[in-house]
Design a protein around this ligand. Sequence first.
Ligand code: URP
Ligand code: ZN
Ligand code: ZN
Length: 464
Amino acid sequence: MGFDLVIKNGKVILADRSFIADVGIKDGKVAAVRKSIKANGCPVRDARGMYVLPGAIDVHVHFQLPFCGTISADDFENGTKAAACGGVTTIIDYAIQAKGGSLKEAVEKRRAEADSKVCIDYSLHGGITDWNENTRREMNELVSEGITSFKMFMIYRSQGWMADDAILFQGLEETTKNGSIIMVHAESAFVLDLLIERYHTPEMMAKYGAYLHTLTRPCYTEYEAVQRAITWAKETGGRLYIVHMSSGEAAEIVARAKKEGVRVWAETCPQYLLLTDDVFKDKERGHLYGTCPQIKKKHDQQGLWQNLIKKNIDIVSTDTCTFDTKQKAMWEGDFTKIPFGMPGVETLLPLTYTFGVGKKHLSVNRLVQILSTNPAKLFGMYPRKGTIAPGSDADIVIFDPNKKVVLDYKNLQTNCDWSPYQGWKLRGWPVYTFSRGKLVAQDGKFVGNTGYGQFIKRQAGGKV
Ligand code: URP
Ligand code: ZN
Ligand code: ZN
């Protein structure tokens, strides 16, 4: 067979095994994975000494999101360029229904924003803020059109995004029939708002600054909501996914529920695995880290790592929602006005490799599971995405496990003028990223084309 490209001599890393092999690519697909493929004159990329990974899939990003009085700084074009530079070959963003509005209209609007801009493949989760016969019908229509996951926010009352327990309960009931999955941002809206009101005084703000973000969101404001959502999943038999889980207690609750047979899955993010809420104590820069849920404590970090190792946490995503220092400055000393979110998609793979595999928490196969295979399986893209096997999309990263990089936002593609990980020493970096066989990034520089990315229709019923 003639190939368009052969990746030679690399160590292919899959979710369950690793082996030295060549990978032959034809028409954007993996055509062969075996030893000693003959190139017969087609282009060859030597990957000796490198890992050949399935591209990472970031199932949680917010590009050009109107939020907190501004718009997140990485749009679909630059955000997907940044993703490619970081070894991410598929992202899933959100299309959030306006309260009282149409879910399908939200999807159409988001697709109109994304389709001509995306540089790698992408999909959308629906965001449900309302429940009525129209929402129910549209949810089912979207499932048959390849949007098979729906986010509900248990907070954000004032933004009009909050889905109350009745909405969540009915959404979960529907998943038992259509095989989709409800993703929840689990925080306790009413207690959270009460605590914010209590601390929102000039005296407190002068004394604590950005650290009030942490004082108003103790761990119980997350784990109570996680427990409640799991209760509804257990009683309805519905399919539930906890997004950006940040506390050790919540991870234990998920672990217990999984053991009981509840259909619940969970993700965490690098910021919760690698940072602690000490970041908010920095008077000059603490507000930059404002994200929601906020970064928690050492014991939470430890609990999240343990549960990631024990497979109670299934996926690591980023919740990328980039705001630069100018946007963050809108807080003017008031913690309730911080635009919530941070950059992340570009550093997902190198950070998780350095601190997961490098620190011996994770095998390199587990890394592939949590960044690639599990996201593809749970969100209905497997085996097209999430593996390197004949017939799968040639979404491939050639990763140098020994490359040392001192992280500097100036060298990144993101439209962000700061990084939560500035100056951190990393070992392991994506050198080449291929999207459907096309080279889209090399040594941290984007070399692909705007609009090359395709919208991926997903299947319902995914599991890991
Ligand atoms: O602070 C964050 N994470 N902003 C994005 C919206 C969300 O809550 O996921
Ligand atoms: Zn905690
Ligand atoms: Zn988010």
